[in-house]
Design a protein around this ligand. Structure first.
Ligand code: SF4
Length: 425
C-alpha cells in the first residue's frame, strides 16, 4: 500500500457506496477536492457531508493516522483547515491544535478489492510495460484522445534543452544550427554532431558557405576524422585546407573516438552524414532559418533529401574504397529531422517568444507526417497499438519513457481505464 494509490482511490471516488467516519457517522463525499502536488494538504476545497452537516475544506491522506504526528502536521498552520483525514489504517486518534478530533475515514475494506489486485499486478512485474497483461480491450481510442497532450509534453521537454541553449548563445540561428546538426547524428551520434556544431561558430560557417570543399574541410577537420597523414588525394586536400582554417580561426578539433559506427548501417555512418550536413549548409548559405518559412510539409521533407559529395559515392569511410552508390538521405531520415529538430525548434521558439501559432505549427507538422519506426513503436504495434502519424508515435514514446518506465500508471489515462472498473459506481 502506498499513499499514491490511496490518493488515486480518493481522487476518483472508487469507494464503497456506504461510508462511515470513525465515530460511526454516515459520510458522503460530495467532491474529493483538487489534488495538490505542492506542500500542504493533499486535496484542497473538498466537500463532504458527515451526518447532516456539509463541510468544505482540505483533505489529508496517510497510510496510518499516526503519520500525521510523524510528519509534524500538528504544528503546521497549513493543516488547520483539514476537514477529513483519510487513512488506510487508524492506529491513533489525531487532534488538531485546539484538541478537537479530526474526522477520519478509513479506506481499508472501503474500496473494491479488485482495484488493488489489478494495481498490484501492474506494479509487481517486469514486462515491457507494466500493464501488458491487462491491456486487451480497446485502449486505442483513449490513447488517440490523449496523444496531442502527450506529444505536447514531449515537445515541452525537448524545449528545455533548446531554451538552455538560448542562455548560452542568445542567437536563434546559432541554436537552430546546433539543433539541426545534432539531428544529423540521429540517435547514436547526436552528441558528437552537437559538439561539432558547437566547435564551429555559425559566423565561420557563413564565411565559407559558398564552397562545399571549404565547408567539408572545416567540418571534417573539426570532426577529427581527417587523421594526420592521409594517403588518398581528396582527404589530403581537405587536410591542407583545414590546417589553413584552423590557424585562421583558432579552431580546436574533436577527438575522433567520439564517433560511433557500431551497429550502424554504413549509409548512416557519421562520415556520410557530415557531408550531407555540409550540403545543407551550402544550399542555404548557412542561413537555416529559411526552413521556418516553409509551411508545405512535403517540401520541408524534400529539403533534407541531401546527397553527400561525389567522393562518398565510392566510400563509406575515408580511404576505404567501396562499390559506387550515391549517398542520398532517405525519406525516413529526412522525416526524423522534421520530428526531432524542426518541430521541437518551432515549439521552443513559439514558447520562448509566446507566439502560439509556432507551437501549433509544431503539432500540425507532427500530425501531417508519418510516424517513426523504432524499437518502441514496433513493440507498441505488437500490443495492437499503431501510430497513425508522428504526433501519435511521439506520444507513444512519451508514454513509454515517462509513464510506463516510471510506473506512473495512476497518472496514465490507460491505467485509469484499466483500473477504474468499480461496479458500484
Ligand atoms: S503507464 Fe499506462 S500504458 Fe504504461 S504500463 Fe502503466 S497503465 Fe499501462
Amino acid at each position: 500500500m502506498n499513499e499514491q494509490f490511496l490518493q488515486y482511490i480518493w481522487k476518483y471516488r472508487l469507494l464503497n457506496p456506504e461510508l462511515h467516519a470513525e465515530g460511526g457517522e454516515q459520510l458522503t463525499v460530495l467532491h474529493p477536492g483538487i489534488q495538490n502536488t505542492d506542500g500542504g494538504p493533499d486535496f484542497f476545497n473538498a466537500r463532504i457531508r458527515i451526518s447532516n452537516t456539509v463541510w468544505a475544506g482540505n483533505v489529508e491522506l496517510h497510510i496510518r493516522s499516526s503519520d500525521w504526528i510523524r510528519h509534524r502536521h500538528q504544528f503546521d498552520p497549513a493543516y488547520d483547515n483539514v476537514i477529513l483525514h483519510v487513512v488506510y489504517e487508524n492506529d491513533q486518534v489525531i487532534r488538531k491544535k485546539h484538541k478537537e478530533i479530526i474526522p477520519t475515514l478509513v479506506l481499508k475494506n472501503n474500496f473494491p478489492a479488485s482495484i488493488e489486485q489489478k494495481y498490484l499486478v501492474i506494479m509487481q512485474n517486469h514486462y515491457w510495460i507494466p500493464c501488458l497483461k491487462l491491456l486487451g480491450g480497446n485502449v486505442s481510442n483513449t490513447l488517440s484522445l490523449w496523444s496531442p497532450a502527450l506529444a505536447t509534453e514531449r515537445l515541452n521537454s525537448k524545449s528545455g534543452f533548446i531554451l538552455r541553449l538560448l542562455d548560452e548563445y542568445a542567437d536563434w540561428d546559432e541554436i537552430f544550427f546546433i539543433l539541426l546538426a545534432s539531428g544529423f547524428g540521429f540517435r547514436i551520434n547526436a552528441l558528437p554532431f552537437e559538439l561539432l556544431a558547437r566547435s564551429v561558430p555559425l559566423r565561420i560557417v557563413r564565411k565559407n558557405a559558398d564552397s562545399v570543399f571549404r565547408l567539408e574541410a572545416l567540418f571534417y577537420g573539426q570532426s577529427g576524422l581527417l587523421g594526420r597523414h592521409p594517403r588518398d588525394q581528396y582527404r589530403r586536400a581537405l587536410l591542407n585546407e583545414y590546417r589553413h582554417q584552423q590557424v585562421k580561426y583558432s579552431l580546436k578539433p574533436l577527438q575522433p573516438g567520439l564517433w560511433k559506427r557500431l551497429r550502424l548501417h554504413p549509409q548512416n555512418f557519421p562520415d556520410i552524414r557530415i557531408s550531407q550536413l555540409v550540403q545543407f549548409l551550402f544550399m542555404c548559405k548557412a542561413e537555416p532559418g529559411f526552413l521556418l518559412n516553409i509551411t508545405d510539409h512535403a517540401r520541408l521533407e524534400e529539403v533534407f533529401q541531401l546527397t553527400a559529395s561525389e567522393y562518398w559515392d565510392r566510400h563509406y569511410r575515408f580511404g576505404k574504397i567501396a562499390g559506387k552508390k550515391e549517398k542520398r538521405m532517405g525519406h525516413s531520415s529526412a522525416r526524423l529531422l522534421l520530428i526531432n529538430s524542426i518541430a521541437p525548434f518551432l515549439f521552443a521558439y513559439g514558447s520562448a517568444r509566446d507566439i502560439s501559432p509556432f507551437r501549433m505549427r509544431a503539432l500540425e507538422l507532427l500530425e501531417s507526417i508519418e510516424g517513426e519506426e523504432n524499437h518502441e513503436t514496433r513493440m507498441w504495434k505488437t500490443l495492437g497499438i499503431t501510430a497513425g502519424n508522428a504526433l501519435e508515435s511521439q506520444a507513444l514514446i512519451q508514454l513509454k519513457r515517462n509513464y510506463c518506465d516510471l510506473k506512473r500508471c495512476l497518472e496514465c489515462r490507460i491505467g485509469l481505464k484499466l483500473l477504474d472498473k468499480n461496479p458500484m459506481k
